[in-house]
Design a protein around this ligand. Structure first.
Ligand code: XMP
Length: 429
């Protein structure tokens, strides 16, 4: 399938991804590549219709001004130079910028606007089928948006050649693992191996209070479980990963500093002997969600808020106990229910409850109680690097307090965390 492409060559520009997104909005597919992309790498990219060389303040690397590789300059397509160093700048005014980009991609490059989600899916399915042939593919299905959409795409491309492993760590939200088992075990193509490893994770975490130690145990245990399960499988040649474009961009390119390191449960050791396939790696998050809708994935799986790899463990502060973990899970479920009722589910970026390992005196059934507080957190953010607090109505807070204190065992107080990031972080651990 032909998908016309405009390449953006990163010459230290600051807005590479934004330009790519803008071109995709005009239905012309665009990818960002480093300035030193090789001839062999370029040869892999079909149907290049034009190149935008985007330079900027990060053009100097180790005291030297970087230049586009000779392979880029040898491409026999139209070029547009943008940036801050005496090439024309992209106009700040949106109308003017649109006009300039439109003229370049449509009049000069004669690109066909054929970048749609349906075309992308057809293109990727064909590519996956060709690459995989009759071999088998393995996927760690965490239940996050990216791995879920990837599972649906692979299932439709290669059917039973796909094996998914879902590890229930015991640290998932209420009914989350069960829903994954239901959807991918019965309604979608591919074979699901559902591993209930909750006992194992909780045993390993017993008595461990230090946040980084908890994260490490969870990450390692996940790898052990995954290795054990995948070791039983025969003839797996490919490992699929739900890497998406921001993962690549945020991990830092040659001209950008690393913004954040990704510490995902589900990150597998490099020495695992598989060939990697990452069909979503050029998509932005909203595009991944659109793919999910087009593939028929249930909307509540696609519209999930961000969820940390270590799961509820980082919200059950200190050493995890089963009863306190249950209090986190149940209060989180009530919070989600009430947000849905108040029409806030898709409006607030991330919201959850935290139960710390402290107790206070209260009253229950006219008797003294000595129980935990439950902390509500609800924040808005674009990139999780900073976050502001959602101003929840007092009415909603009162209702949450009433429900959580009466329905969740072990909770006698509810608090609202009004700390932005910084100085707080979004999670408590
Ligand atoms: P913090 O707490 O650092 O969180 O402000 C920023 C965002 O990242 C999520 N988060 C994680 N995501 N693995 C992940 O995949 C992790 O270990 C992890 N820790 C935090 C957090 O939920 C928030 O959206």
């Amino acid at each position: 399938m032909q998908v016309d492409k405009i390449l953006i060559i990163d010459l230290g520009g600051t807005r590479n991804a934004e330009i790519a997104r803008e071109l995709r909005r005009y239905l012309v597919y665009s990818e960002v590549h480093p300035h030193d992309i090789t001839a062999a790498e370029l040869a892999e990219i079909k149907d290049i219709r034009g190149v935008i060389i985007n330079s900027g303040p990060n053009r100097e690397v180790d005291g030297v001004l970087i230049e586009p590789s000779p392979a880029v300059m040898a491409l026999n397509v139209p070029f547009l130079h943008t940036g801050y160093d005496g090439h024309p700048n992209l106009p700040v005014d949106a109308k003017e910028r649109t006009k300039l980009l439109h003229e370049f991609i449509f009049d000069t490059c004669k690109a066909t606007p054929n970048w749609t989600i349906d075309n992308f899916l057809e293109w990727k399915k064909a590519e996956i089928k060709e690459e995989v042939g009759d071999k088998k593919v393995l996927l760690a299905l965490s239940g996050g948006v990216d791995s879920t959409v990837l599972a649906a795409l692979l299932g439709q491309a290669i059917g039973d050649q796909l094996t998914m492993i879902h590890v229930n760590t015991g640290l998932m939200r209420k009914n989350e693992s069960e829903q994954i088992r239901d959807v991918f075990g019965t309604k979608f193509p591919g074979q699901l191996i559902y591993v209930d490893a909750s006992e194992r994770f909780l045993k390993k975490l017993e008595g461990v209070a230090e946040p980084e130690a908890k994260r490490k145990i969870i990450g390692n245990e996940f790898i052990y479980v995954f290795e054990e399960e995948s070791g039983r499988l025969k003839d797996i040649e490919f490992l699929a990963q739900g890497t998406i474009y921001p993962d690549i961009i945020e991990s830092g390119t040659k001209t950008t500093k690393m913004i954040k390191s990704h510490h995902n449960v589900g990150a597998l050791p490099e020495e695992m002997q598989f060939n990697l396939i990452e069909p979503l790696k050029t998509l932005f998050k909203d595009e991944v969600r659109s793919c999910g809708h087009a593939l028929g994935v249930p909307p509540d799986l696609i519209n999930r808020q961000p969820f940390p790899g270590p799961g509820l463990a980082v919200r059950c502060i200190g050493a995890i106990t089963r009863d306190r973990l249950e209090a986190v899970r149940e209060s989180d479920a009530i919070l989600r229910e009430e947000f849905a009722r108040a029409g806030l589910s898709n409006k607030v970026w991330q919201y959850f409850t935290v139960v710390p390992d402290v107790r206070s005196t209260g009253m229950r059934n006219k008797e003294r109680s000595y129980e935990w507080p439950c902390i509500i957190r609800a924040v808005n953010s674009i990139d999780a690097m900073t976050a502001s607090v959602e101003p929840l109505s007092y009415e909603l807070l009162a209702r949450l307090t009433e429900r959580i204190t009466s329905e969740v065992e072990g909770i006698n107080r509810v608090l609202y965390d009004v700390t932005p990031k910084p100085p707080g972080t979004i999670e408590w651990e």
